[in-house]
Design a protein around this ligand. Structure first.
Ligand SMILES: Nc1ncnc2c1ncn2[C@@H]1O[C@H](COP(=O)(O)OP(=O)(O)OP(=O)(O)O)[C@@H](O)[C@H]1O
Length: 373
């Protein structure tokens, strides 16, 4: 679905006026500090339930206010008949920072779980921090994979929560001075069963992702990627049941006081010539690899009939024009909704040849206010 209307209250410096967006491309430009990233952040709030920039909600609420609200209208792209209006879903999130309370609404109904909201708006962010997917630790790649797993298989989120709960119980047991081995085996068996189910889902979605990545590569002239090895590591050697691995490493886990094997250690391993790509690829190649992985994510969902909303924050500073063109064209082919921010006035003719530009809307951002051009 595409976000076609946004309205915020007390969200950073943004003014509360409603804004209509294109379900295709939206180009936002404005000076430093005008509010471009805040717009993307507000859209991200609806799809992720939090800021993609900061971990504390407090930083996002307008100075001196106790509560922020973001409303959106989503276009399902479906029309009941040739003349009917597109079906719109209304979604909303508000966060009261003094009460530490989040309220969520979908089509006028209060919903309890964030996943109800997130399911409606798959939001994928490409900002300067995104390159950590390749350059950073396994946690970033797990997050990257799990975002896709959730949107392909929404039941994943409750399974993931159960795994976190059991992991934390296990960790408490491991930290106990005197370990009750028979009780520990009960926890191992619960944890093992949940971990195997969760890993089956991750493994299958990873398979789809890898196939999409290979098909994106096949359409490009990117010989430098030939020889790249991309593998899913489940968090333990799946040649043995997880419960056996845990039993075999009991002393090691007790020494460190937490779980060392299982889904919380999963990774997408990226190697070239037997070495991690973070050590072998140039910075430019690592960035391109991340972009190709993001496009592949979009392709997996697009093949399932889901539209991804991409938030591209200040990519001019990160990608050269050739890669910006490649990214814009691929996202257009996949029928994604795209928001692109820049400081300078955008020049759509540098991204698309004449006659090939998608439908787009352009906005100037100034002191938290958007004006369409
Ligand atoms: N909680 C808040 N309440 C009110 N204003 C805020 C709050 N947090 C940040 N601001 C202000 O909001 C403005 C918008 O910041 P934002 O990061 O969205 O700008 P930007 O247009 O993306 O800038 P840049 O091009 O420098 O990245 C800034 O002037 C900032 O000082």
């Amino acid at each position: 679905m595409a976000l076609v209307k946004l309205q915020t209250q007390h969200f950073r410096n943004l003014l509360p006026a409603p804004i209509d967006f294109s379900p295709s491309f939206n180009l936002l430009y404005g000076a430093n500090g005008s509010g471009k990233t805040s717009i993307l952040e507000a859209i991200g709030y609806l799809g992720l339930g939090r800021s993609f920039r900061v971990s504390r909600h407090q930083a996002v609420v307008a100075h001196g206010q106790p509560k922020l609200t973001v409303f959106g209208a989503l276009d399902s792209g479906l029309e009941e008949s040739e003349f009917a209006e597109p079906i719109l879903h209304r979604v909303g999130i508000s966060r009261d920072v003094s009460l530490k309370e989040t309220q969520l609404r979908v089509d006028g109904e209060a919903v309890r779980s964030l996943s109800f909201l997130a399911m409606h708006l798959p939001v994928s962010v490409i900002d300067p921090g995104v390159f950590d997917i390749v350059a950073g630790g396994p946690g970033k790649r797990r997050q990257f994979l799990d975002w896709l797993v959730f949107h392909v298989e929404p039941s994943f989120s409750s399974l993931w929560q159960q795994v976190q709960r059991v992991t934390s119980q296990r960790n408490q047991m491991l930290r106990n001075g005197r370990l009750d081995e028979s009780l520990m085996r009960v926890w191992d068996s619960q944890y093992g069963a949940l971990a195997e189910s969760l890993t089956d889902i991750r493994q299958s979605v990873f398979g789809r992702f890898k196939a999409a990545f290979e098909s994106v590569l096949a359409e490009l002239d990117a010989t430098w990627v030939d020889g790249l090895k991309m593998e899913f590591y489940p968090g333990w050697d799946r040649g043995s049941p997880l419960t056996d691995v845990l039993l075999g490493h009991r002393d090691q886990e007790r020494r460190v006081g937490h779980t060392l094997y299982g889904p919380n250690r999963a990774d997408i391993r990226l190697k070239y010539g037997g070495r991690p790509v973070a050590e072998t690829f140039s910075r430019g190649q690592q960035k391109t690899l991340v972009i190709l992985m993001k496009i592949a994510q979009g392709k997996v969902l697009s093949d399932l009939g889901k539209q991804v909303t991409f938030l591209l924050d200040d990519i001019n500073a990160e990608l050269d024009v050739r890669h910006r063109i490649m990214l814009a064209q691929k996202l257009q082919e996949l029928r994604c909704q795209v928001f692109i921010t820049s400081i300078e006035h955008p020049e759509p003719e540098t991204l698309w040849q004449s006659g090939c530009a998608p439908e787009y809307r352009m906005f100037h951002v100034e002191h938290g206010k958007l004006t369409e051009e």
